[in-house]
Ligand binder design. Sequence first.
Ligand SMILES: Nc1ncnc2c1ncn2[C@@H]1O[C@H](COP(=O)(O)OP(=O)(O)O)[C@@H](O)[C@H]1O
Ligand SMILES: N[C@@H](CC(=O)OP(=O)(O)O)C(=O)O
Length: 482
Amino acid sequence: MSTPRNHIVVMKFGGTSVEDAKAIDRTAAIVRTRTEKGLSPVVVVSAMAKVTDQLLAAAAAAGKGDKMGALAISARLRNRHIDTAAELLDNEHFTALQPVIGNEFDSLDDLLRGIAAVGELTPRTTDNVVSYGERLSSRMVAAAFDQRGLNGIHHDARESIITDSAFGKAKPLTDKIEEKLVANVLPLIDAGKTPVMGGFIASNEQGITTTLGRGGSDYTGALIGGGLHAGAIEIWTDVNGIMTTDPRITSDALRVKTISFEEAAELAYFGAKVLHPATILPAVQKNIPVWVLNSRNAANEGTKIIAAAPPCKSPFKCIAAKRKLTIIDIVSSGMLMSHGYMKAVFDIFDRHKVVVDMVSTSEVSISLTVDSTIGLDAVIEDLSAIADVKLDPNKALICLVGEDIRGHAGISGQVFTAVSHVNVRMISQGASEINMSFMIEESDVEEAVRSLHKKFFANPDPDVFDVEARTAVQTEPATAKA
Ligand SMILES: Nc1ncnc2c1ncn2[C@@H]1O[C@H](COP(=O)(O)OP(=O)(O)O)[C@@H](O)[C@H]1O
Ligand SMILES: N[C@@H](CC(=O)OP(=O)(O)O)C(=O)O
């Protein structure tokens, strides 16, 4: 294993942390606190808030042949970026950056015209369109850091983050990434620069643009942290850290002070949007602590994610909800007393590369859940050849994460009493010692989470949760973003 470079800190700023000139200015001030401590930051930025969704909308319009609609979205984005740069930068830096922004938008417009002309949108072209968000934000932030004396220098993430060719959700090639980071980024750090890179975007081995999937900038941050063997990875967002549940569901949510890698991975996978599920992996491999911090309230301690979290007296640390799930009920009398049936069913999911989240079985039926409709038609067709299949959409998974759920007697009774007014469709407990999950109607999510939160976080362990903040008000309300 490589030797840790403890002076390097990877700082990832999400869309809300770079949403406008004021936010980027705050970001620069936060980065300065690290350079003042003698640390060497590598900065990863997402697209400005909502830009990714708007680029996807432009791509979709172009794919339907609506050239004017696509170009209109692009024109609005062009104005937003130019206006932000004008507010953010002095004359010298703005004059240098304006043509760069202009060129990027000219090439985006050419791309959108091309898509509209053929009237077809592929995953590969979608990745190309959507990559402009991070390409632009990283250039703007680098210029702002340069002007503010932070020695900011732009590095195109696509030159260092190398993936396979699974457009839309590409898999990183970690050995290649490490090689590239050491060759491209380390010399910049050694020269006293602050490299600024776009998150989420990458390229395959042929140099074609790919992306790591929605919310993937956290993953970029972790890949860079792992590849450079940094001393810490910081995820800067718009809340005080990992909270006991999404603070948009209940304002009673409390900051979790410390959480284990394992617990954070479960939470992220089962819906806590604050962290991309893959973020933890590179950190675990090199035992790098990950911090989740608030760029609107930088003085707050945030949440530390480490290998082993301290003991917690409360049974749960967090409640996550994952929406937009579909339950698939598979019923067949052929399953009765037979072996190999499960294998046949799962082989079908495997063949069509459809990921299953939760499974529950009886003698003649299997219920399972999926979070994407991509590839689902083919799965249903193949399953229908061996069983009766029923789809039940608009479901949500509620996941309670805690360090030793099995060790708490009577815990299931307490959970289901708390949500006794909600129709529970599937339950899973026992597969993991730290997770208890169940499926409900999507429309019941808020009610169920609030009831569970009230039940399990009435007397939280002060060593683990920031109880003092219970009465404190957030610095600013969280805003909707993408
Ligand atoms: N358990 C949780 N703790 C904190 N935030 C959560 C949690 N679950 C969901 N969230 C949501 O995640 C949001 C932050 O994630 P995201 O919007 O992707 O931020 P960014 O743009 O910084 O990457 C918060 O505003 C919050 O509403
Ligand atoms: N911009 C990308 C990647 C990302 O991670 O964004 P954010 O950090 O704002 O969640 C997205 O919206 O999916």
